[in-house]
Design a protein around this ligand. Structure first.
Ligand code: SRM
Ligand code: SF4
Length: 578
């Protein structure tokens, strides 16, 4: 068994020695085993990597702080919750609010002594952090876009129901974070031995587990990148059921072909009434058959890959005690967001904002957090986080539309209308300085790279042509880079593998085009390809499809051939120094 299995088993349903770790004032960190357990509580220990070396030189411990991830099923937050998240970001974290690629909020830079207060305040706002991370079902995503507003309610309800059903039952979260003192006297469960996790048991899942609900034709949640997915089948403005997808995931390790990104398979069709029990059955199969020895191969995608889809469906049906129907036809058109104003069938308005890489903060020229706070004060609808790290101000009444537009103008908030479509379709993971796993910059670098590429895009006359571009600082895939028509994955400082050829609707993985490209080489490598596309594309042809037809890369047809059929190219000559 992997070391984490032992930590979970010994943890007494996720308690570990967290109370002792929190009480230890000699260090800003928690004990090593507890760093694994905090994840189940939505908390990651991190340190500021920008000053790591300097502190080591001074013989100081790393500048520890914690990242807290807040679950927001389907990304829907009330105005009151928004205002609380905004306040917590300013009062307890580093002044930024991060909207993640899975429709959650993240706070960075929370110090240990503030952890408990912060978690408690998050809970007071009726959001929580349990199972935001860890080997359990995490935040359940749902298509938030108002275009499909007639069925959004039903899809959102499924996301919420699955989330509720698969939330761990342990009272450790309550004891550790929501009680005073050492938690002992306020224990909700008298005897932890009696506590049961009816679905998970005491070792929980072999690895993280991710669930999404999509409403075609929008694949904004990138359904095929997740362990379990539901594609809504809509007839006469009603969801009549869902195609169930299993076995997607992005993460891999450079140089290890046994790990690869994989798109989920469409397994079967279920009715709305069956959907939650299907989720439980899939979780149960993964719990029993997922690889608990090798964490790198423990995700559901490897269980489906190794046992086969037919076997997996049978195993799910056995646990359900009935057969599922075969999948129904569906069609996705894109995986990006649709920006700006939309009106729904109730006559309510929705405004989708472009938030570059999901990071909200105030600067003198661009006080975005303040602007959204002012909007929240006048708004009586809700806020919806998108899976592309953007934000929808949702359910705006006609009578309030003008006032909100005035605030958007005043604070320079918009749907990216003045930016290129390339930038509007860009997405980067967090990476440096907080992510302990990053090998290269991502969130801090992609905006600059896009500025360089924007010149090429303008030269080529492609300002309004949507091309999906994504970057991550390491191969774990948090920004879903293997679904970028142009994808970058950090390999080393200022160095990236460059991938091309993903499908515009998130239906095909990309393929390695060039290995270990230096950041300064990227624009010159992509310039001829972008011009070639502008001149030689066929009517309606997408960039990703073109790069395959024009022979830049071969198509990846399944996760297990992601690493194959790569056209090896000489490294770029170093550009001459000026
Ligand atoms: Fe992720 C680990 C950030 C979405 C695959 N991810 C991490 C950690 C916690 C690093 C760590 O383990 O120490 C990163 C924290 C950085 C920081 O400072 O905030 C991190 N992941 C993120 C977020 C914040 C990226 C973002 O810019 O939005 C996303 C939070 C989502 C959420 O709200 O829950 C995020 N991570 C994803 C996605 C995208 C998705 O799910 O749609 C993936 C790829 C899909 C998948 O799971 O396969 C993803 N993250 C990973 C992996 C690789 C998992 C694997 O199967 O190999 C790791 C590393 C791990 O688990 O060992 C990881
Ligand atoms: Fe960190 Fe890698 Fe995820 Fe980026 S992809 S946030 S660098 S783990």
């Amino acid at each position: 068994m992997s070391a984490n299995e032992g930590i979970k088993t010994k943890s007494n349903y996720l308690r570990g020695t967290l109370l002792e770790s929190l009480a230890n004032g000699l260090t800003g960190s928690v004990s090593k085993d507890d760093t694994q357990l905090t994840k189940f509580h939505g908390i990651y220990q991190q340190d500021d990597r920008d000053i790591r070396a300097e502190r080591r030189k001074k013989k100081l411990e790393p500048a520890y702080s914690f990242m807290i991830r807040v679950r927001v099923p389907g990304g829907v937050s009330t105005v009151e919750q928004w205002l609380e998240m905004d306040r917590i970001a300013r009062e307890h974290a580093n002044g930024t609010l991060k909207l993640t690629t899975r429709q959650a909020f993240q706070f960075h830079g929370v110090i240990k002594s503030n952890l408990k207060t912060t978690i408690r305040e998050i809970n007071d706002s009726l959001l929580d952090t349990i199972a935001a991370c860890g080997d359990v079902n995490r935040n359940v995503m749902c298509n938030p876009n108002p275009d499909q507003s007639r069925v959004h309610g039903a899809a959102q309800k499924l996301a919420q129901d699955i989330s509720d059903h698969l939330t761990p039952r342990t009272s450790a979260y309550h004891e550790i974070w929501l009680t005073d003192g050492d938690g002992e006297k306020h224990k909700v469960t008298k005897d932890p031995e009696e506590e049961v996790e009816p679905i998970y048991g005491k070792t929980y899942l072999p690895r993280k587990f991710k669930t999404v609900v999509a409403v075609p034709p929008s694949n904004d949640v990138d359904i095929f990148a997740h362990c379990l997915g539901y594609i809504a089948i809509v007839e006469n403005d009603e969801i009549v059921g869902y195609n169930v997808t299993v076995g997607g995931g992005m993460g891999m390790t450079h140089g290890d072909k046994k790990t690869f990104p994989r798109l989920a398979d469409v397994m079967a069709f279920c009715t709305p009434e069956q959907a939650v029990e299907v989720a439980e059955a899939v979780v149960r199969v993964q719990k029993e058959y997922g690889n608990r020895k090798e964490r790198k191969n423990a995700r559901l995608k490897y269980t489906v890959e190794n046992f086969g889809l037919k076997w997996f469906r049978n195993a799910v049906e056995e646990r359900l005690g009935y057969k599922l129907e075969d999948p129904r036809p569906y069609h996705f058109e894109h995986n990006g967001d649709r920006y700006g104003w939309t009106q729904d069938h109730h006559g309510l308005w929705h405004y989708t904002l472009f938030i570059e890489n999901g990071r909200l903060f105030d600067t003198a020229e661009n006080p975005a957090l303040t602007g959204l706070r002012e909007i929240a004060k006048t708004h009586n609808g809700d806020f919806r986080l998108t899976a592309n790290q953007n934000l929808i101000i949702s359910r705006i009444e006609e009578s309030n539309k003008e006032a909100i537009q005035a605030l958007l103008d005043q604070y320079g908030l918009d749907g990216g209308q003045n930016r290129t479509a390339l930038r509007r379709n860009s997405m980067a993971c967090v990476a440096l300085p907080t992510c302990g796993l990053s090998l290269a910059e991502s969130e801090r670098y992609l905006p600059k790279l896009v500025t360089g590429l924007d010149d090429v895009i303008e030269e080529a006359g492609l300002r309004e042509d949507e091309i999906v571009i994504r970057m991550t600082g390491c191969p774990n895939g948090c920004g879903r880079p293997y679904l970028g028509e142009i994808g970058f994955v950090g390999t080393n400082a200022n160095t990236y593998n460059l991938y091309l050829g993903a499908g515009f609707a998130g239906e095909r993985l990309n393929k390695l085009y060039r290995r270990d490209v230096k950041d300064r080489e990227i624009v010159s490598i992509l310039r001829p390809i972008i011009h070639d596309y502008a001149q030689n594309r066929e009517e309606g042809e997408r960039f990703g499809d073109f790069t395959i037809r024009a022979g830049y890369v071969h198509a990846t047809t399944a996760g297990n051939n992601f690493h194959d059929n790569i056209i090896e190219r000489e490294p770029e000559p170093e550009p001459a120094l000026a």
